[in-house]
Design a protein around this ligand. Structure first.
Ligand SMILES: Cc1ncc(COP(=O)(O)O)c(C=O)c1O
Length: 391
């Protein structure tokens, strides 16, 4: 395969750091390395607190559960989610006993159809879970205005948009909390992993507890004595302050996280260098393509949105023949997936349907060079001149 969706982003140096740590025989489960990585990530983000977990999906589930408890949301309260995203932006809302309210996407920043979102707010709406998709920041001015007007919690799924900014501020810092994925193929990887960022100390404490069985000893040490004094009949080491589970990661993942974080800005720079060229290429064919752009993007991949389904299929085939791997836009219109189909009313989701039927993406990462971009350029020139179309 000439151009894969994902490449092996771990270097010899990353692997050596891991092997050296394993040989040191230090404790491998969550410990000081996780703490060090969380602090470094919070510094990179420019926020107060960061909590590492074992995946982006766990980050979303832990966050929704903690916010529900913090805000005393009731079962059946509503949270607004997009129709196009990874399923685990939506499933945590269901798993926490809340009601997802599905909103169509827009074809500019791939986030919500903001007008439809405004219409779907009801007296039971408690939160908006925005997903910044494929590296494009959502319009946080519009979302913050709505959230403030209706007193809603604004949660940001940044799993595909690490480093994207809205008016100079990194996404993940613009609502109550943000979540990130360190899965293989994302901007940086720890093989598996997730992060939650927030500036709320109350939420941070609840995340620490719920990440690790609800145990009081997970809280910052300066709080221990005061809490222990409130429960003299319980051994503080086994004091459970709330319901929790085990979302912990390991020191091994944190070691990789530290290695990759040191190079994250360089990875993003290369992705965005490629992205500028991709935008230029797409803009050449306005009759066939809907071009996406954005000044503060942190490019995740190159999406091709076609006006015509048959042409999309033909271009995808042309790329496959040239050894360029492609895939649907995330999970397509999730309303059409078996787990959500009963909520699908086609008239409400025209843009999600367009992404489902007329779009796909190819990989972009630090391994995509100018030479590869030249190949894409030539392929596109030939294809859109209708020289290579085999429908
Ligand atoms: C938007 C979005 N949210 C959540 C996730 C889940 O992250 P993970 O794969 O680390 O569980 C992903 C995964 O790619 C994603 O794209």
């Amino acid at each position: 395969m000439f151009w894969k969706l994902q490449e092996d982003a771990l270097t010899e140096a990353d692997l050596n750091a891991l092997v050296d740590f394993i040989r040191s025989k230090e404790r491998l489960t969550q410990g000081p390395r996780i703490r060090e990585f969380e602090q470094a990530y919070a510094k990179w983000m420019g926020c107060k607190y960061c909590v590492m977990v074992n995946s982006g999906s766990s980050a979303n589930l832990l966050l929704v559960g903690a916010v529900k408890e913090l805000k005393t949301w009731q079962d059946g309260d509503e949270v607004i989610v997009p129709a196009v995203t990874w399923p685990t932006t939506i499933t945590p809302v269901m798993q926490c006993g809340l009601k997802p309210v599905y909103v169509d996407v827009n074809l500019t920043d791939l986030s919500f159809d903001y007008d439809q979102l405004a219409k779907k707010i009801t007296p039971r709406t408690r939160g908006i879970f925005v997903a910044h998709l494929l590296g494009f920041p959502a319009d946080m001015d519009r979302l913050r205005t709505l959230a403030e007007k209706h007193d809603l919690a604004l949660l940001e799924d940044c799993c595909e948009s690490q480093g994207a900014k809205w008016k100079g501020e990194k996404v993940g810092n613009l609502g109550l909390a943000g979540t990130f994925s360190l899965y293989w193929g994302h901007h940086m990887t720890a093989i598996e992993g997730g992060l939650i960022t927030t500036n709320s100390q109350e939420l941070y404490h609840l995340l620490l507890l719920k990440r690790s069985h609800g145990l009081a000893r997970e809280l910052p040490p300066e709080l221990h004595a005061g809490i222990a004094a409130q429960y003299p009949d319980i051994d503080f080491k086994f004091l459970f302050l709330t319901d929790g589970t085990n979302f912990r990661s390991t020191e091994l993942n944190a070691i990789l996280g530290m290695c990759q974080l040191a190079r994250l800005d360089e990875f993003i720079r290369q992705r965005n260098h490629n992205f500028r060229r991709y935008v230029t290429l797409c803009r050449r064919y306005p009759d066939d393509l809907i071009a996406l752009d954005g000044a503060e993007v942190s490019s995740f991949s190159f999406a091709f949105l076609f006006h015509d389904h048959a042409l999309k299929e033909a271009f995808q085939k042309t790329l496959a023949k040239a050894g360029i791997e492609s895939r649907p836009i995330i999970g397509g219109n999730l309303m059409r997936q078996p787990f959500l189909r009963k909520h699908y009313r086609p008239a409400e989701f025209p843009n999600a349907d367009l992404l489902h039927e007329n779009a796909f993406y190819i990989g972009n990462n630090q391994f995509v060079t100018d030479e590869r971009m030249d190949v894409l350029d030539r392929l596109m020139q030939k294809f859109f001149a209708r020289e290579t179309i085999t429908k």
